[in-house]
Write a protein that binds this ligand. Structure first.
Ligand code: HEM
Length: 370
């Protein structure tokens, strides 16, 4: 799966080919926020929903070659249900002898229904892509690429339709919530730290002037914004325990003997806040990254929000570009205010437990057109 992602689906060349789609979805989102701002001076935007809708639309364009609209709304509902059933508590995972409770309380029936509905959706999508008379194709999307790989038999694994469905699903689950949550955390820290917010805003506005919007070419100029993103991911790595690993041999770590075939979790959250590596680890200080060579690409082991090594995130480039493009446009187009009566210190950083670290309470902010 990872190999197919890195060699065929999420390569730099492919990422560039989807650039116009990403930019268009970000600009459409900015226009939607402008309509909210125009409706009333106190109208709030739910940043959690906005970010999730944006990242889902981007991945939908790349994966299926279509905009998230009426037809794909069905997919959106299925995806939300899928996220809910995955986050559910299953007795069988913790007390194998009590697995019958999951049947009794309907959890398994719900899981199976979602699985079947997803399967039908993906099969229709594959059939549509296989149709030689398909009319709306602009360029190859991820389903097209996977179907070509299947036909050419060019992967080490001979791909089936089930593999294709599983890969598209994985990309969706791994790519939407993570990027959306990371955008929300960055805005949360910025609204709590007005000095950093102003500095990031000044940087993007100075760099592009009256151009009206920021495209991907401009992103290379945003040194401070990139530091904001690193600092936000240090404090809130959205996949805090990365992906679990299994030891292939006995090893000794800090004097602890770890047997072969042990499930190991890497705590990226604790590493990012370790006082051995970070001064004032609990403070949001993007400046710590200015002039420092520390990056999140996996070589600086004190900052690993995208993991590291062979299992490191294959969507890192897409995830960081999406974050930079969304945040820079959000800061460029609007001045952001807290709802009446709220101060920065009232904005909480409470998290919901789960594979992806979400802000528990919605981030509602008032946009004012700049
Ligand atoms: C801010 C955005 C993102 C963050 C913070 C993030 C973080 C991570 C992390 C920590 C892992 C586990 C790495 C490890 O254990 O070493 C991971 C795996 C993965 N990510 Fe991301 N990710 C992001 C965006 C994306 C995007 C946009 C995609 C695809 C479109 C993606 C696809 C994947 C996949 C397929 C895996 C599983 C790789 C495997 O099983 O080996 N991610 N991600």
């Amino acid at each position: 799966m990872r190999k197919i992602c890195t060699l065929h689906l999420l390569t730099t060349k492919r990422m560039l080919s989807f650039r116009a789609d990403r930019e268009e979805e970000v600009f459409l989102t900015i226009n939607e926020i402008k309509s909210v701002a125009a409706s009333s001076p106190e109208a709030v935007v739910n940043l959690n929903e906005t970010a999730m809708a944006l990242t889902s639309r981007i991945i939908c364009r790349m994966a299926f070659g279509k905009r998230l609209g009426r037809e794909t709304d069905r997919f959106h509902d299925l995806l939300l249900e899928c996220q809910a059933v995955l986050a559910n508590f299953y007795f069988r995972d913790h007390f194998p002898l009590m697995g019958w409770v999951d049947h009794l309380n309907g959890s398994i029936a719900r899981l199976e229904k979602n699985f079947n509905d997803m399967d039908v959706f993906y099969q229709e999508l594959i059939d549509e892509h296989l149709n030689p008379e398909r009319s709306n194709k602009v360029q190859d999307d991820i389903v097209d690429i996977l179907l070509q790989l299947k036909n050419e038999n060019s992967c080490s694994l001979s791909l089936t339709f089930d593999h294709i469905k599983a890969i598209v699903m994985d990309i969706f689950l791994a790519g939407t919530e993570t990027s959306a949550s990371a955008i929300v955390w960055a805005m949360t820290f910025l609204i709590k730290n007005q000095k950093a917010l102003k500095r990031a805003q000044q940087e993007v506005r100075n760099a592009v002037g009256n151009k009206g919007k920021i495209d991907e070419e401009d992103l290379q100029n945003f040194v401070y914004l990139k530091a904001v993103i690193k600092e936000s991911l240090r404090l809130c790595p959205v996949a805090p325990l990365l992906v679990p690993r299994e030891t292939i041999d006995v090893c000794v770590l800090n004097g602890y003997k770890i047997p072969k075939k042990t499930l190991v979790y890497v705590n990226a959250w604790a590493i990012g806040r370790d006082p051995k590596y970070w001064d004032d680890p609990e403070e949001f200080q993007p400046e710590r990254f200015l002039g420092s060579g520390i990056d999140y690409k996996g070589t600086n082991i004190e900052l690993i929000p995208f993991g590291s090594g062979r299992r490191g995130c294959p969507g890192m480039s897409l995830g960081s570009t999406t974050m930079e493009l969304a945040l820079s446009n959000i800061l460029y187009a609007f001045d952001w205010k807290l709802p009446e009566g709220m101060k920065g210190e009232d904005v909480d950083t409470v998290i919901t437990p789960g594979i992806v670290l979400h802000k528990k309470n919605v981030l509602n902010l008032i946009p004012r057109c700049s």
